[in-house]
Every structure is written in structure tokens, then in C-alpha cells.
Design a binder for this molecule. Structure first.
Ligand code: ATP
Ligand code: MG
Length: 467
């Protein structure tokens, strides 16, 4: 294995390094960017470490925003980039918030690197020469694809409960394994206690990064095994060993693995579909029933979509996801058991679109593909009967949408004002009449004409509301 002494620093950063030097300071590239350069990967944002204090950095560069002054971090805006710059530190943040003011600055880059979490993240590159400072053999660990804490794992994890979650996330993101002692420390009771003290937002952000990994099941399985998942999403535990196998052969895995593989099969980069895949069957264990048919056992989970939707709502609310994300994911979970038959009328297709809403249809189909993937860890085969029926449904939905039929009361050719002019008072009667008009139009789109609907409205009013 050949280790390198220098990395190639982008031109703009070399210039920034020169500005620091001219003003009597040192600056280094640190963190993920250095790690990725060693791996030969591109496209990471830049983090700098410097011996200049935040105030001094603000004095040197024109546009500097004090983004995290409590941690010694400012953001330099230069050459169209935003560069997080942190003054050398002796210790990390205390994530329990007990010592928010105890920030101490260090004088050397070595000291700064020693407070960082993992050896692979404790490498600095000189901003001008690219020369590496690597006191903990981080490069060697990167080459061997190993995650190892700087110093004693248990000690380092007990200092900061976010680190265990980062270890798990990095392992999935980079495809690295976790060194034995580091791995064992993740499940130490003291460490788990510390992990439980981090804010739900910090866990949530790491969890989302795991879901967006190439194969989320890798880090999620580790998250489960270490006991961390149970702290933040306790709803998942009963899915493990909840069997869904029966003679029909739909399912190969227990509910837990099915969920995790569904996350693998969910559309890349689509966080809402990944989240929906994670939650789509989480209510199954509580809905499990069995029956004997022709001497063989069958497993059912009637109503599990509603139970799963309730659990998704509770869990995502506890994790403080944005309301819009919760709403969309819960809706996908609730609707994920949709089915379609060739014999459906256009009206039935329209009713489906109205219930699901056009903007969710793409994600709902993506969720179905994820669900199918999770059954046998294989994508749905193109041209198979299940593929063909989904495709047919998709095409029918598109053709209904192209016809621009009414999908809500606001799409009717009449509105409340038109009805008032015909002598129908606003209020309960008006609401009921508009609903009935909409139902009629859903069945027969040709009815969506002003004259026809006004006539119908007057009829309904006369029959139902006038004595
Ligand atoms: P990515 O940006 O891909 O998540 P990163 O390694 O750049 O990876 P950041 O969160 O951007 O991670 O942090 C930058 C650097 O700060 C890390 O590489 C690490 O050296 C240090 N660091 C971040 N969080 C911690 C922590 N909780 N404890 C110790 N050091 C940390
Ligand atoms: Mg970073």
C-alpha cells in the first residue's frame, strides 16, 4: 500500500492559503474534503482549520459570516464559494449543551486534529503545498477502509454522543468497516446513554443521510444491532423476527429485513420515498393474523397500512421532521396497498387519483417498486405480469390526467357564486350540492358543463331542500 505525502489543492484554495500566510496565519484543509481527495473522489464542500481567531479571519477577508461563533466557526464567502473556517480547537462541542461556553483555542494543527472523531477525519492538508499532517495514520485507515476513533473509543464516544451515530453513518456512506474496539464501544451502556442525550434533530439528520446512502440497509442494520435505532425509533424493534412467510411465497424476510431492503430499493435520492419505505410496514406486527387454508397456514396483516401510517406520524413527529415531509410520507404509507384491475372504469381511476392526489402518484409508484424490491431483494422484472399491470395502471392514470377531468370541486364548471345566482343559499345545502355535482362529474366527465350542472343543482335543491 503506498501512502501519499501531498494532495492536489484546488487553485482558489491555494490563493486563500496565501492570504492567510501574508497576514501571518496558517490554514489547512480538513475533514471530508481531505478524506475524499485521498479516496480519489471529488465534490465535497471545504472545511478549513486555522490558527487565526474568528475575529482575525473577519479582519482578513471581505465577506465573512459568523455562522457558528460559539464553536469558533465563521464562513468565508470568496470566489463564489462558502468556506467554513474553524479556529484550532482543543476539544469538541458538548452536545448535551452543559458547557456551551467552554470553547478553548489550540495553537497547533496537531492539537486540533487530536480532538476530531475518527482517524480518517483527523488529517490536515496544507492549503498551499497540499502536504498532509496525519498524526493518527488516518490515511492508512482510509486505504484499508476502516473507521477508528482517535484515541480510546469508549472515551471519545462518551464525550460526544453524536460520534457513534456518525460512525454508523460513515460506514454505510463510505462502505467502510468499523474497527473492532470502536465497534464494540458503540453498544457499551455508558456510550448508549450518551448517544440517547443528543438532540432528536441531530439523530434525524444522520438517519436521513443513512437513508440516502447507496445501500441504506447496511448502516440501518448496524444502527439496529448497536441499539441506537431502538433509542430513537423504538417502533422498529417488534418488526424483527415478525415472520411473514407462508405457502404463497410472497415474502422471504421478516418484517424488519423487508423494510430495510425496501429502503435499498427505494428511488435513489428521493428522501420522502426512502422514509415511506422505512415506515410502510412498521405497523405490521400489531396487525398479524393467521388462518388455515387447505391445511396450510396463511399470514395476514389486515389494516396494517393505517397502523403503519399512525406509527409513521408518531415517530416522525417525535423526530421533528418538517410538517410537509410528515404529511407526504404518512399519506404514502397510508396508500401503499393500492391495487388496480384491468376491469376498472375510468371513473374508478379518477376516484383513485382524487384520493391519492396527482402530485403523489409518482412517489406512490416508486414506493410500490421499493416494496416489491424488499420482498426478495430483486427489482421488479420488466415484462412480468406485475410489471405489466402497474404499467397499464400508470398509462390509464396518465390518460385520465391528460383529459383534464375535474379532480376537485374547484375544477367544476360552476362555483358557489353561480349557484347563489340560481337562488341556492350559501351554507350547508350549497356544500352538499357541490359535492353531489362533483360526484356526478367524476362518474361522467361530460356533465362538467355550466348549463348541465346548473340544471342539476336546481333539481337537487328542489328535491332535497325545498318542502
Ligand atoms: P461530511 O461532510 O461528508 O458529513 P465530514 O467529515 O466533512 O463529512 P463534518 O460534519 O462536515 O464531517 O465535519 C468536519 C470535520 O469536523 C470532520 O471531518 C471531523 O474532523 C470534525 N468533526 C465533526 N463532527 C465531529 C464530532 N462530533 N466530534 C469530533 N470531530 C468532529
Ligand atoms: Mg464536511
Amino acid at each position: 500500500m503506498s501512502l501519499i505525502k501531498c494532495v492536489k489543492i484546488p487553485e482558489e484554495l491555494v490563493k486563500i492559503g496565501g492570504i492567510f500566510r501574508k497576514n501571518g496565519f496558517k490554514a489547512y484543509l480538513v475533514g471530508g474534503a481531505v478524506r475524499d481527495m485521498i479516496l480519489g473522489k471529488k465534490g465535497h464542500d471545504y472545511d478549513l482549520a486555522t490558527n487565526a481567531t474568528p475575529k482575525q479571519v473577519m479582519g482578513i477577508f471581505k465577506k465573512v459570516i459568523p455562522t457558528g461563533i460559539a464553536h469558533g466557526t465563521v464562513t468565508i464567502h470568496i470566489f463564489g464559494m462558502q468556506i467554513e473556517t474553524t479556529t484550532f480547537r482543543t476539544e469538541a462541542d458538548y452536545t448535551d449543551g452543559r458547557h456551551p461556553d467552554s470553547i478553548k483555542f489550540a495553537t497547533t494543527i496537531e492539537e486540533d486534529l487530536s480532538r476530531r472523531d475518527f482517524t480518517m477525519n483527523a488529517i490536515a492538508a496544507d492549503l498551499e503545498s497540499g502536504e498532509l499532517t496525519d498524526p493518527f495514520d488516518g490515511q492508512k485507515d482510509i486505504r484499508n477502509k476502516i473507521i477508528r476513533t482517535v484515541g480510546e473509543p469508549q472515551e471519545r464516544f462518551a464525550e460526544d454522543g453524536l460520534r457513534p451515530v456518525r460512525a454508523v453513518r460513515f460506514s454505510g456512506q463510505l462502505g467502510f468497516s468499523i474497527e473492532e474496539k470502536t465497534l464494540a464501544a458503540l453498544s457499551e451502556p455508558e456510550v448508549l446513554k450518551k448517544t440517547a442525550s443528543i438532540s432528536v434533530e441531530r439523530f434525524r439528520d444522520e438517519f436521513c443521510k443513512m437513508l440516502l446512502c447507496e445501500r441504506p440497509s447496511d448502516s440501518l442494520k448496524l444502527l439496529e444491532k448497536t441499539g441506537i435505532l431502538n433509542i430513537f425509533i423504538p417502533e422498529f424493534a417488534i418488526c424483527r423476527n415478525c415472520s411473514q412467510k407462508d405457502s404463497r411465497g410472497f415474502h422471504e424476510f421478516d418484517v424488519a429485513d423487508h423494510i430495510l431492503y425496501a429502503c435499498d430499493g427505494a428511488q435513489k435520492g428521493n428522501l420522502e420515498v426512502k422514509l415511506a419505505a422505512f415506515y410502510h410496514d412498521i405497523g405490521k406486527p400489531e396487525c398479524r393474523t393467521t388462518e388455515i387454508v387447505d391445511g396450510e397456514e396463511r399470514v395476514h396483516f389486515h389494516g396494517h397500512e393505517t397502523k403503519s401510517a399512525q406509527k409513521a406520524l408518531a415517530s416522525m413527529t417525535a423526530l421533528k421532521f418538517p410538517n410537509e415531509t410528515i404529511k407526504n410520507v404518512v399519506h404514502l404509507v397510508q396508500e401503499h396497498m393500492f391495487y388496480y384491475e384491468h376491469s376498472w372504469s375510468d371513473a374508478a381511476v379518477r376516484r383513485f387519483i382524487i384520493r391519492v392526489k396527482p402530485e403523489n402518484i409518482e412517489n406512490l409508484f416508486a414506493l410500490r417498486l421499493a416494496d416489491i424490491y424488499g420482498m426478495h431483494r430483486t427489482p421488479l422484472k420488466e415484462g412480468s405480469p406485475a410489471w405489466n399491470i402497474l404499467l397499464e395502471f400508470r398509462k390509464r392514470i396518465e390518460s385520465v390526467l391528460e383529459k383534464k377531468s375535474a379532480l376537485g370541486i374547484k375544477d367544476l364548471a360552476v362555483n358557489g357564486r353561480d349557484l347563489i345566482q340560481e337562488g341556492i343559499p350559501s351554507g350547508k345545502a350549497m356544500g352538499m350540492i357541490l359535492n353531489e355535482l362533483f360526484e356526478t362529474v367524476t362518474e361522467s366527465p361530460a356533465m362538467n358543463e355550466k348549463e348541465k350542472l346548473l340544471a342539476l343543482a336546481k333539481n337537487i335543491f328542489r328535491e332535497k331542500f325545498r318542502t
